[in-house]
Write a protein that binds this ligand. Structure first.
Ligand SMILES: NC(=O)c1ccc[n+]([C@@H]2O[C@H](COP(=O)([O-])OP(=O)(O)OC[C@H]3O[C@@H](n4cnc5c(N)ncnc54)[C@H](OP(=O)(O)O)[C@@H]3O)[C@@H](O)[C@H]2O)c1
Length: 289
C-alpha cells in the first residue's frame, strides 16, 4: 500500500513511518511539506499526493498552546483534517486519524467505551473532537483514540522520570489524574494490522491493566530501574496534585481510561498490560548511555 503519513517528526508519526515501512511504501508529509496551519501548503501537498491511505497523527498537542491560541488549534486539529478527509473522499483514499482520551470530561469512574459521550474540558480536547467529527463525516474513515503516549522516538513524561532518577534528583508526579498509556511500538503494530481490516468509526487503542496516574507510572519506572541495577535503591516519588502545578494552566480531565474491547476483537487478542510495555521501555532506555 502507498501510505501517506503526516507529523513524521512527532512521536507517533515517526513510529508509524518506521514500522509500516517494513510492509508498505511510505510517503512522509512533515510540516515542511504539508503545513496544516497553512491552507495553501496543505492544498499543494494534497494536489501532488498519490496514496491508498493517509494517516494523520499531526496535531498541536500542547494543552497550554491550544488554550493560548484556540483558533490555531481548531485550524490544525479540526479544519485541516476536515480538508484532508474531503480530498480523500473524492479519491477513494481511506483516512486514519489519531485522536485522544482528552475528548472525555474525566468525570467517569469506569473505562470509557467508544459509545461514551465525549465532553472535552479544554481547548485541545474541543479541537480534537471537532477533528474527529470532520474526519468521520466521510464513511470508511477510522479515528484511533490514544492516550499518554510513550516511546523511544521522542522523550515523554516517563523519560523525564528516568533522567531525573538517574541524576539523583528529587522525584514528584501528579497523582490525581488517571488513564491507560499507549506505547508507540504497540500502536504502530496495531495500526499495521488495522490497515488490512475493513473497520471504521471510533476505536480506542491503549494498553490493558488497571488505570494509573503519572505518580503510579513514575513509581513503576523507578522500581524497574532498581530491578535492572540502574538505581541502588528505589527512591521516593512525592505526590503532586494538578491544582498545585502553575504550569497546568489548561484544565485536565481526571479519569480518561479507555475500554479496548473493540480493539481486542479486531486484533484477535487484548493489548498487553501497560506494565509490560513500560518495563520494556525502561529496559531499552537503560541500555542507552
Ligand atoms: N502524546 C500523547 O501523549 C498523546 C495522547 C493522546 C493523543 N495524542 C494524539 O496523537 C497524535 C500524535 O501525537 P504525538 O505524541 O506524536 O505528538 P507530537 O510528538 O507533539 O508530534 C506532533 C506532530 O504534529 C506536527 N505538527 C504540529 N503542527 C503542525 C502543523 N501546523 N502542520 C503540520 N504538522 C504539524 C509536528 O510537527 P513539528 O515537528 O514540525 O512541530 C509533529 O510532527 C496527535 O494527534 C495527538 O493529539 C497524543
Amino acid at each position: 500500500m502507498r501510505v501517506a503519513i503526516t507529523g513524521t517528526t512527532g512521536r507517533v508519526g515517526a513510529a508509524l513511518a518506521a514500522r509500516l515501512a517494513e510492509n508498505h511504501h511510505i510517503i512522509p508529509l512533515p510540516r515542511a511539506i504539508c503545513d496544516l496551519a497553512d491552507p495553501s501548503s496543505l492544498k499543494n501537498a494534497l494536489d501532488s499526493l498519490d496514496c491508498d491511505v493517509l494517516l494523520n497523527p499531526a496535531a498541536i498537542t500542547g494543552l497550554e498552546a491550544c488554550e493560548d491560541d484556540p483558533r490555531l488549534a481548531m485550524r490544525v486539529n479540526s479544519a485541516a483534517p476536515g480538508k484532508i478527509a474531503l480530498w480523500a473522499a473524492a479519491r477513494g483514499v481511506r483516512v486514519i486519524h489519531f485522536s485522544t482520551d482528552y475528548v472525555f470530561s474525566g468525570e467517569h469512574t469506569i473505562a470509557c467505551t467508544e459509545r461514551t459521550p465525549p465532553a472535552p474540558v479544554n481547548a485541545y480536547g474541543r479541537s480534537k473532537l471537532a477533528g474527529e467529527h470532520a474526519v468521520l463525516a466521510h464513511p470508511g474513515n477510522l479515528v484511533i483514540r490514544i492516550s499518554w503516549v510513550f516511546g523511544p522516538e521522542k522523550p515523554s513524561f516517563v523519560d523525564q522520570v528516568i533522567a531525573a532518577a538517574r541524576a539523583g534528583q528529587p522525584l514528584a508526579a501528579v497523582a490525581d489524574k488517571l488513564s491507560l498509556p499507549t506505547s508507540t511500538a504497540d500502536l504502530a503494530a496495531w495500526t499495521g494490522a488495522l490497515l488490512e481490516k475493513d473497520c471504521s468509526g471510533v476505536l480506542h487503542a491503549c494498553h490493558s491493566g488497571p488505570p494509573v496516574s503519572w505518580h503510579g507510572m513514575a513509581g513503576f519506572v523507578v522500581r524497574e530501574m532498581a530491578k535492572l541495577g540502574i538505581l541502588d535503591a528505589v527512591p521516593a516519588v512525592a505526590h503532586q496534585t494538578m491544582d498545585s502545578l502553575p504550569s497546568f494552566r489548561a484544565r485536565r480531565p481526571r479519569f480518561t481510561a479507555m475500554d479496548t474491547s473493540r480493539l481486542t476483537s479486531l486484533l484477535g487478542h487484548p493489548p498487553r498490560p501497560w506494565t509490560d510495555a513500560l518495563a520494556a521501555h525502561v529496559a531499552a532506555a537503560a541500555r542507552k548511555p
